[in-house]
Design a protein around this ligand. Structure first.
Ligand SMILES: Nc1ncnc2c1ncn2[C@@H]1O[C@H](COP(=O)(O)OP(=O)(O)OP(=O)(O)O)[C@@H](O)[C@H]1O
Ligand SMILES: [Mg+2]
Length: 241
């Protein structure tokens, strides 16, 4: 019998909670991340965005409820990748950082140089493969982090506030790459507390607050006609408490 190739999609949280001691950080969330336009996870500082992304990536396990990847509850992150807000690069060249990721993804060595060139082109870093990765600017490092995440050819890419510490030009460069990646069919799940960024890239919106899902929906509807009072207030720039 033929077996279908393993896929990590959809990523599904079913009544998933994450608690540390007596503190509930993610409170019974039910959500599905399926192929399609980017999902933007928004909410104020401390809402639980990073923790939600870590659960959906499989970096943390729910303390109750389930998180499944293509219907499986465990297993290696086959086709998932994660970019942290402050990515850490190896103390080696830009190209060596990508080479390391390609080896980890099991790509044969003879294919590395070609793929590295492709990845550098995709993130606009052609020509600086020999530079020490840790000497790159913040924006360049974030683009290298994207290239490194894409090295494993993910089906789903989690981005945790990838432009939080970048200036407008560097932010635009990263957002352009994210849009391009999404257009290639990779599911993007990105967190931000910045509404303007969410508007530019979504797709659909998941508004969370205090570890709970407040409202979800297509971005156009969410911004034009929010259904909940909390969403209305968040869009109006009011504090959610
Ligand atoms: N391992 C942990 N132990 C205890 N508390 C934690 C842990 N991880 C997260 N928290 C707490 O859970 C809450 C949610 O944290 P999280 O980092 O997910 O929020 P966030 O929405 O990403 O915030 P920000 O916008 O500031 O990045 C915070 O109050 C945080 O201090
Ligand atoms: Mg966070």
């Amino acid at each position: 019998m033929m077996r279908a190739p393993a896929t990590d999609l959809p990523v599904r949280l079913d009544d998933a909670s994450f608690a540390v001691g007596t503190v509930t950080i993610i409170d019974r969330m039910t959500l599905t991340f399926a192929p399609g336009a980017p999902t933007l996870v928004i909410g104020p500082n401390g809402a639980g965005k990073t923790t939600l992304l870590r659960l959906a990536m499989g970096l943390a396990a729910p303390t109750s409820g389930t998180v499944t990847f293509g219907g499986r509850e465990r297993g290696p992150p086959l086709r998932r990748a994660f970019v942290f807000q402050r990515p850490v690069m190896l103390r080696r060249s830009v190209a060596a950082n990508l080479r390391y990721a390609l080896s980890a993804a099991g790509m044969p060595r003879r294919q590395h140089d070609g793929r590295i060139a492709e990845l550098l082109a995709l993130v606009g870093l052609t020509g600086i493969g020999d530079r020490p990765a840790r000497r790159l600017s913040g924006g360049e490092q974030q683009r290298l982090a994207l290239a490194r995440a894409l090295a494993r050819e993910p089906e789903i890419l989690f981005l945790d506030e990838p432009t939080a510490s970048l200036d407008p030009a560097a932010t635009k460069a990263v957002e352009d790459i994210v849009a391009q990646v999404a257009a290639r069919g990779i599911k993007v799940v990105m967190s931000t507390h910045d509404l303007a960024k969410a508007k530019r890239l979504a797709g659909d919106i998941v508004l969370i607050h205090r570890g709970r899902v407040v409202e979800t929906g297509p971005a156009e509807e969410f911004f034009a006609a929010p259904k909940t009072d909390a969403a209305r207030r968040f869009i109006a720039g009011e504090l959610l408490i």
